[in-house]
Design a protein around this ligand. Sequence first.
Ligand SMILES: Cc1cc2nc3c(=O)[nH]c(=O)nc-3n(C[C@H](O)[C@H](O)[C@H](O)COP(=O)(O)OP(=O)(O)OC[C@H]3O[C@@H](n4cnc5c(N)ncnc54)[C@H](O)[C@@H]3O)c2cc1C
Length: 647
Amino acid sequence: MAALRAACDAFVPAVEPPRAAPSFGGFWMRTPSDLGLERLAAGWIDTRMRPADREGLIQLLDLLAVTGFARLPERVRARMLKTAVRGTNDVARGFRGLCELTVGLFYGLPGPGGGNVNWDVLAYPGPPAIDPPADRPRLRPWTPPPGHGDLTLSADVVVVGSGSGGGVVAGVLAQGGLDVVVVESGGHHEEHNFPADELEAYHRMYWRGSWALTDDNTVKVGAGATLGGGSTINWTNWVQPPAWVRREWADHGLTDIDTAKFDEHLRAVSERCSATQDCSDPNGPNERLQDGADALGWSTVCTSRNTDPSTYDPATAGHIGFGDRSGSKQGTLNTYLADAAAHGARLLVNCRVDRITTTGGRAGGVAAEYDDNGTRRRVTVTAPTVVVAAGALETPAVLLRSGIGGPATGRYLRLHPVVVGAGFYGEDQRAWWGAPHSRIVDEFARRDDGYGFLIEGVQYGPGYMAGSLPWNSGRQHKVLMSGLSRAATLIGLVRDRGHGRVTLDDNGDSFVTYPLDDPHTIQRLAEALDATTRLHAAAGARGIVDLTPDKQRVWRRGQDLDRFLAGADAVPFRLPYRLIGSAHQMGSARMGTDPVTSVADPEGRLHDTPGVWIGDTSAFPTPTGANPMLTCMALAHRTAHAILARR
Ligand SMILES: Cc1cc2nc3c(=O)[nH]c(=O)nc-3n(C[C@H](O)[C@H](O)[C@H](O)COP(=O)(O)OP(=O)(O)OC[C@H]3O[C@@H](n4cnc5c(N)ncnc54)[C@H](O)[C@@H]3O)c2cc1C
């Protein structure tokens, strides 16, 4: 514990405030151990980390204990950590993980009274207080009969995963009269039991409990892992697939995508999910995005959002990345899964599909494991039709564990990598108010034959933001955090030509790699960072920080912007040198005509296993270059109708 305490306090040390800085109620001298956070960090490591990460971190802490780290002078400890967080090996990854955990708890965790003493410095009022109306109808997942025994169910169709794709497939098929079972590995959270705080929300509702590193340490990926999948925790930006993408997909054999037939699917899901432009009040960062784009003459659009205007309130919309407790978000939870349940579908949560079973080379159902409050029960669902919609990080893993899908399974994983640009302004940006996305810069979308980039906002969350800002020294990090209330954080989202891959690790879990070595993608990331920086400068930012953990790069108004920008290329576009993230995973079990380069045919059926269909973003032949939820839902709608037509 002494080593952990010393490390936590070295990541967030007591420091002298900058000249003329307010005291913020003792912020500058406060350390994690003043708040007892080392005990919470120990508990977090014990109970919430994946076994492999936990083991690595415990070894690291043992090493610190053996070297007498806690007894070293503070200056030496700080220097040691500065060296330790750099580098690409697992030790550096472990130290960075510990740093993120420490600053995440320090700035993100509400105390017993619901507040956090460090929110003063951030001018953050905390998560919105909402009392969901008790009379709102709630989804009731199917509860298996009590006991310890194995479960066997049969159905017409089993849908693996309940996200943007799986939810739509389940809703349409159940309404079409089929007996549907949905198997979802995440838990059931909706407006009455969404965690109020950010860290708990990540832990319970995100893939691997956070924004998780790819297994080759290049990109941080976020994905939903709860009933409703990504559509429960996403930012509700409802973007049409670009015309050039639809043409490209037609070239991959999905000929109707480029016709009015696909417009019908887009229209149907847009209606069911209440897509509207009436709930897109811009918060500070989105206003800065608009100001900068206007000053530069760049094209922008006001976003549509899948939001119910009758319950929408911008004061609560800033928290939707952690589940929307106002109930206004119209993800699959409030739409297609509700339809499915209303038509008799059984929604089984906390149940992870291990593999698809086959009989005579055809779909036979799935084998899964149900977590019954800590007791593991085997579940077998027999069904002649299986729709795999576990998200692009997990769908290939289900196929690979089942030994089906062919040589393209797991290949062609696209991530829409994003590069982040933070501008610091003269006044509070209230980034926690209003939806994360309400405006988009689409000026550069067509670049490189449609493989360009968009500029958008992000979700506010003090814990995650603290972990994303570069840590060069404890003092520098505190100074950055003291300016966070005045920051507008924007992302440049790139349509990637290069791709990664999903394989299986020794435990049979998905192993995600994304080498980020494609020159086109890297070039677009560089251009996106350049554009985001110019936009901040044009919008009046006083300072711009390039989020490079190795050596802090800051531009201040009055300095030469071109010179600052010229230095950016020297820093590689991948972690750990520069923060690269992804909230969009696609293409890892893609549709196409060739069984060597695609997994499913243009309708969505596996080339090699009749009765198995792909129903999620994995099926995308190429990335959309636009936020993918609408396209995923429309494609799932199309797949569901193809299944109904074939019966
Ligand atoms: C933070 C964030 C913000 C986003 N914002 C937007 C936005 O504003 N607009 C937009 O268009 N897109 C957005 N996206 C992306 C969008 O949400 C996803 O692209 C979309 O939800 C993907 O749909 P899917 O069906 O492929 O997978 P998901 O929605 O991820 O659903 C997959 C489901 O399968 C479950 N699962 C996984 N493995 C198994 C298994 N073995 N057995 C059973 N179940 C399993 C998972 O728990 C999950 O619930 C955002 C994503 C994130 C993470």
